[in-house]
Design a protein around this ligand. Structure first.
Ligand code: HXC
Length: 510
């Protein structure tokens, strides 16, 4: 018996070294952890249960029969994050560059199937060279089956991808279908085709960094939702993110102990929005002063900064925050920020997370650039996302809510549950200047008349009261009591039930 036990230990030890000491050293020299070190940093200590440690590929082409390494380039299993079950797979770059073979794919598929059956999140850690080139169509088939499962799990369990090294070819599309992608600065990159293929096909000379670094994907393409300095920071932040999320679409997000008084007032909010409507202020200050203990996990912080989205908690329960940012482009809605916020709103709705919206929006961004780029369709995505959402929706208008953007941003007309406005709110078709120039075009050269019309327009429309008279705003509230009002609204809405008509699925303007 002892011999058999020793044999098991020997085999385990062999599997644990992955591609061997030299390759592990090279991995460390690049500032990267190994797959098992990453899993250990991410999960609760000692909670990892590994599966399929002895799986080997079955390829016999190109001398592969002599290149067998137990585990086949991916470490898979389950463990806990602050006590809650998650499933993980981590590509092992030290084994054939973490490339995907048929058997490697089967290991990931097993994790995906178990996670879906047991309704727990899947976290994929990527560091790989794409399809195992020696395997040809087997690798393509493997990818296809992983993709299929990503889609079936979408909206049922949270799926998170963390890119910690190269991520090329087939490896990019599985992350692309998950809910969130995070990267590591300077040592991770994502692209469908690498610099050499780009050079051959398009004659374009581009480095891997310029093609698909964390900087590119967080600030230009919006493929990635955030970036961190190293593996450990990224993995610790993923633990924080998991804590904000429910395990699946029918269970609630964990309720975290909260020591922030529910009725905390903040007098500084009374002077946050400047009297001059053209002066910006930082909407993030309002968010941080409303959520529990100022704890806010921002998504896509570096992209389309004119809108802020992310997770916070109110009374220990997760909420999704969507907020116009007057500091950037005056908080205007454009194509990029509409897409960013629409995806976030849909995530929250899919996973039963209430949405709190802070509004200060001067409208949609005019111009050929936006119109040619499909602003109508992109703006419609956000409108669609808010309109179809059935989770509790609480909206606070702090200052401007002009034109179509007023409707879009969680308005009463899109089934907003509790709609509040600060006394400084201005709810109107447009600002006074634009409105007067249109209505009183004939007086345009008479300064005195224009000034009077402007004043009349401001007095009549640039306040929350016309909307409040109509019930479009449930209550005009004191800025300092915003947190308290949000708490009360969410308490009221805790058992909200609202269903959309049955359909196979909707047809959101993609
Ligand atoms: C088999 C691979 C591999 C792959 C890397 N390796 N990629 N083996 N299939 N796709 C192996 C290398 O042979 C090497 O083995 C080890 O992994 C480390 O690779 P290096 O090249 O030495 O590392 P590095 O210089 O860091 O470069 C990493 C890399 C590069 C940028 C990822 O390896 C690379 O460009 N690989 C190929 C990428 C690619 O074209 N993939 C196929 C995409 S097609 P040893 O034994 O020396 O350690 C695709 C289609 C799927 O994915 C589409 C589905 C929709």
């Amino acid at each position: 018996m002892s011999q058999i036990l020793e044999e098991l230990e020997r085999r385990r030890a062999q599997a644990r070294v992955g591609g061997g000491e030299q390759r592990v050293k090279a991995q460390h020299a690049r500032g990267k952890l190994t797959a098992r070190e990453r899993i250990a940093a991410f999960l609760d200590e000692g909670s990892f249960e590994e599966f399929d440690m002895f799986v080997q590929h079955r390829c016999t082409d190109f001398g592969m029969q002599d290149m067998k390494m137990p585990g086949d380039g991916v470490v898979t299993g389950s463990g806990t994050v602050n006590g809650r079950v998650v499933y993980v797979f981590a590509k092992d770059f030290t084994v054939l560059g973490g490339s995907l073979s048929w058997t490697h794919a089967q290991k990931i598929i097993k994790i995906q199937d178990m996670a879906l059956k047991n309704r727990a999140p899947v976290i994929g850690l990527f560091d790989a060279g794409g399809a195992r080139i020696q395997e040809g169509v087997d690798a393509l088939g493997g990818y296809g089956e992983v993709f299929q499962r990503n889609v079936l799990a979408s909206g049922v369990i949270p799926q998170i991808s963390v890119i910690l090294g190269p991520c090329a070819g087939g490896d990019v599309y599985s992350p692309a279908m998950t809910d969130f992608i995070f990267m590591v600065r300077d040592r991770s990159y994502m692209f469908v085709t690498g610099p050499e293929v780009v050079r051959t096909v398009t004659n374009e000379d581009v480095s891997a960094e310029d093609l698909g670094s964390a900087h590119v994907h967080t600030s230009k393409s919006s493929i990635a939702d955030g970036a961190y300095d190293d593996d450990v920071e990224a993995l610790l932040q993923m633990r924080r993110l998991v804590d904000f999320l429910p395990s699946n679409n029918i269970s609630e997000a964990p309720e975290i102990d909260n020591y922030d008084p529910w009725d905390r007032v903040d007098m500084s909010l009374d002077t946050l929005a400047p009297d001059n409507p053209n002066k910006p202020y930082d909407m993030k200050e309002l968010i941080l002063k409303c959520v529990d203990e100022g704890d806010f996990f921002e998504i896509q912080e570096a992209f389309a900064k004119n809108i802020i989205v992310g997770f916070g908690r109110i009374e220990g329960r997760t909420v999704g925050i969507v907020a116009n940012q007057p500091m950037v482009l005056a908080g205007v809605l454009d194509s990029d920020c509409s897409r960013k916020a629409a995806r976030f709103v849909r995530f929250c709705d899919a996973f039963g997370i209430p949405i709190v919206t802070f509004v200060d929006v001067p409208g949609f961004l005019p111009g050929t650039d936006q119109e040619y780029g499909g602003l109508i369709k992109h703006g419609a995505k956000l409108l669609f996302a808010y309109a179809e959402a059935t989770v509790p929706k609480v909206t606070i208008i702090t200052r401007k809510a002009y034109g179509g953007a007023y409707d879009v941003m969680g308005s009463k007309h899109l089934r907003g549950d509790m709609n509040y406005a600060w006394p400084s709110a201005q709810i109107a078709v447009m600002g006074a200047k634009g409105a007067v120039e249109i209505i009183f075009r004939k007086d345009i050269h008479d300064r005195e008349k224009i000034a009077k019309h402007t004043k009349d327009y401001e007095d009549r429309f640039l306040s929350p009261f016309v909307a409040a008279e109509r019930g479009f705003i449930d209550e005009v509230i004191m800025p300092h009591s915003t947190r308290k009002r949000i708490v009360k609204a969410l308490r009221m809405l805790r058992n909200k039930t609202l269903e959309n008509p049955w359909k196979k699925h909707d047809n959101i303007p993609l």
